[in-house]
Design a binder for this molecule. Structure first.
Ligand SMILES: Cc1cc2nc3c(=O)[nH]c(=O)nc-3n(C[C@H](O)[C@H](O)[C@H](O)COP(=O)(O)O)c2cc1C
Length: 324
């Protein structure tokens, strides 16, 4: 069984990657995508999207992080893949699933699922640019508008030399609308000889069991489920359906806020907190209450006090008055 934390641009950033992998259970993380147009990007771009490169491409708890590239320019992808590997990335992942209109308009992400031959060329160019022992993985959806080219796409990626393939079990047209079509993954699994990693709508250990059984693979990538339940991978390994209690989650929220406040420009901090709470509140009633309070706050200092009050030894009466 391998459990992988999904790339989630603007959501699973370095703070949440650190926090989630610290709960245990993950074998690997894929970074947010690095968008390649037609040039070799400066090292600073890689470090800003994947700061883990500065520490051996591992999160603080030691989980390997793989840089994901998005684009279609063969030479530029090859050169940037070499750069990411030189900086220490744990292999290269290629994005063939991004549904963004802007990205698709410039022939990147899911739009390439209309052209199996382009997928083949992209994977081959990156594969040939790297030493054989370096992993080149790819991530795709079931298709663009429909699943007609699904098997052709998967075969093209495998034939071009990819080491493994992750499939988000929806087409681009299906967006994120439930359900994820896990049964289609079983068809892909039979069509290729490289390992398949199943992805889409795994929110609990029971979902993991169902997805794994239907798709025919024990390797699963967890996305929003791990944002809502940071301990999901650990619980899948224990087959434990009991999610984090509110006290423990408060500790993680306090930690997250402290790190975001220490590193990020002040104007972005509130947005980061609100975004995570907006996911957490679906699964935790305490987070729903906190989200309603946080949403109403305008100043970062007021948020500092609110979050400080979550600490187990804080005195809410004293702290809500703002006195130290
Ligand atoms: C906010 C957000 C950003 C995402 N960014 C990326 C990305 O950078 N690269 C990628 O391959 N997939 C990206 N995805 C797709 C996820 O990796 C994953 O395939 C999708 O969320 C389905 O899995 P889940 O149901 O477990 O969340 C993103 C998804 C979300 C919700």
């Amino acid at each position: 069984m391998r459990l992988i934390l999904a790339p989630m641009e603007g959501l699973a950033d370095v703070y949440l990657r650190r926090l989630i992998t610290a709960q245990g259970g993950f074998d690997r993380v894929i970074s947010e995508f690095v968008r390649v147009v037609d040039q070799l990007l400066p090292e600073s771009v890689f470090y800003s999207i994947c700061p883990e490169l500065l520490q051996g491409s591992r999160t603080d708890s030691g989980t390997p992080v793989r840089v994901q590239l998005l684009g279609n320019h063969l030479e530029a992808l090859a050169a940037n893949a070499q750069r990411a590997i030189a900086l220490g990335s744990d292999g290269i992942d290629l994005n063939f699933g991004c549904p963004s209109k802007t990205v698709n308009r410039s022939q990147g992400g899911a739009v390439l699922l209309r052209e199996p031959d382009t997928l083949y060329q992209v994977v081959k160019a990156v594969r040939e640019a790297l030493p054989e022992h370096i992993t080149v993985s790819a991530k795709m959806r079931l298709g663009y508008d429909d699943t007609e080219l699904m098997l052709d796409n998967a075969r093209a990626i495998a034939d071009a030399g990819a080491t493994e393939l992750t499939v988000h079990a929806r087409t681009r047209a299906q967006g994120y609308a439930p359900p994820a079509h896990w049964h289609e993954l079983a068809r892909i699994r039979s069509a290729i000889s490289i390992p398949l990693i199943a992805n889409g709508d795994v929110w609990s250990p029971a979902d993991y069991q169902a997805c794994s059984q239907i798709a025919g693979t024990q390797d699963v990538m967890l996305g929003r489920g791990a944002i809502r339940h940071p301990d999901l991978a650990h619980r899948i390994r224990q087959n434990n359906e009991t999610t984090l209690d509110w006290q423990r989650l408060c500790g993680l929220i306090v930690q997250f806020w402290r790190e975001v406040r220490a590193d990020m420009p002040e104007k972005y901090c509130a947005g980061r907190l609100k975004q995570w709470l907006n996911h957490l509140r679906v699964a935790h009633s305490g987070a729903e209450r906190l989200w309603l309070e946080v949403r109403a706050e305008r100043s970062t200092q007021a948020l500092d006090r609110l979050i400080h009050n979550l600490e187990p030894d804080s005195d809410p009466v004293r702290n809500s008055s703002g006195q130290p």
